[in-house]
Every structure is written in C-alpha cells, then in structure tokens.
Write a protein of this length. Structure first.
Length: 215
C-alpha cells in the first residue's frame, strides 16, 4: 500500500470532508494516524486553518507537508515520493517567515530558524536574512549560506567561529587572549568577519577573523 508503515498527522479542517473521512482514507492507504508532530512523523496533511505552531514544527523537521490536492492524489494512488518531489506550492522561496537552515558559511552552521527580516545585503550583491534561531539568538546570514531544514550542511564537523563559540586570539594586540564570541559580523575595516569577545578578565576585545581560532 502507498503509506504502509508511515505515520501521518492531520492538521486543520476540510470543507467537504469530515476529519474521520480524512483519517479513514489515510488508514486505508496503510498509514498510522498520530496526534502530534514530532520527528517520528512521516507526513502531515494540511487542511484549512491548521495549527500554525505544529505546521512550523513540521517544516523545521523536514517532514513532507501535503496540501489538499496532494492528499487527493494519494487517495488516487500516486506515491508519496512523487508528491514530495512536486513540492507543496511549487518552488519554495526564501522570504520573511520562512523556516530555513544555515548550511554553510562562517557561523551558526546547522542552525534552524525563522527569517524575521529579508532584504538587500549592504555588504555586497545578493540578499541577507535576519534569522531567529531555535536557540533564541538572532543571526544575520547571507542568502548563499541558507537552505531548507532538510538540506545537508557543508562540513558539519569542521570547527567554526561564530557567535557563542569559545575562541583564542592568535595574532595582533590581544594575542593569547581567550573568550566567548558575543558578536560576529562583517568587518567594516576590510573584507572578512570580525568578532567581539569577552576574555577571562571580563574585558571586551575586538578581533579580525584572521587572528582567531576555535579554543
């Protein structure tokens, strides 16, 4: 069967179908119906006025979210993998409100969060996003370093500098100092990144990326 051994969540209502009809159709296809969106779920079927928090969680976990037309296609025998490849609403676009992952770049690689600001970058060509991370921190990331929650990250085990990272100063006036990066952004004194650190004595120091390494 199309959904054999799959766990499905139904969010929202369907104008011409009772909730029991939707769940019954999914069970007929072999699915097990579960109430909560979690990492064990295999798909989410969305109707009108779904729970926004549950829907956002599903997208953050990379769970396929199927619209009504895709549900109808499932019932007609189309495989889930084919419907996922088609996408929910056509090609997704990076925009305010989108849930994204930082997949490369100098900071926060692997972080999932929601775009709260989206606009032209003042540091070069392209767009830039303000992201509210799931850790509660805000990050400013260039478009080229963003992907979708299900995308793989680039060199995920490679030590990286960024906000919240313990770092050691390797050159310049503060060589030998060590502390946590509390600010990380484009340098206004040239190319590359610059960090604000609080060292072991509580002093704030500002260091170019070239003079830093993960501690």
């Amino acid at each position: 069967m199309t959904l054999k051994r799959k766990k499905a969540v139904v969010l929202g209502s369907f104008e011409d179908l009772a909730a029991n009809d939707v769940t019954a159709a999914l069970r007929d296809l072999g699915a097990t119906i579960v109430d909560d969106v979690n990492r064990a779920a295999d798909l989410v079927v969305v109707g009108d006025e779904p729970d926004g928090r549950a829907l956002k969680k599903a997208r953050a976990y990379g769970i396929p979210v199927l619209e009504r037309w895709q549900f109808d296609a499932l019932v007609d025998g189309v495989e889930l993998s084919e419907l996922v490849d088609l996408g929910n609403q056509g090609p997704r676009e990076l925009e305010k409100g989108a849930t994204v992952k930082v997949v490369s770049g100098p900071e926060a690689v692997g972080m999932i969060g929601e775009i709260f600001w989206w606009g032209k970058s003042k540091y070069g060509a392209g767009m830039r996003a303000g992201i509210q991370g799931v850790d509660g921190e805000k990050y400013w990331i260039d478009e080229e370093h963003l992907g979708w929650p299900e995308d793989a990250v680039e060199n995920p085990t490679e030590p990286r500098l960024g906000k919240g990272v313990e770092a050691r100063v390797t050159g310049g006036d503060h060589a030998g100092a060590q502390g946590k990066i509390f600010w990380w952004g484009k340098s206004k004194y040239g190319s590359g990144m610059r960090a604000g650190l609080e060292d072991e004595t509580g002093e704030t120091i500002w260091v170019d990326e070239d003079d830093l390494e993960p501690a």
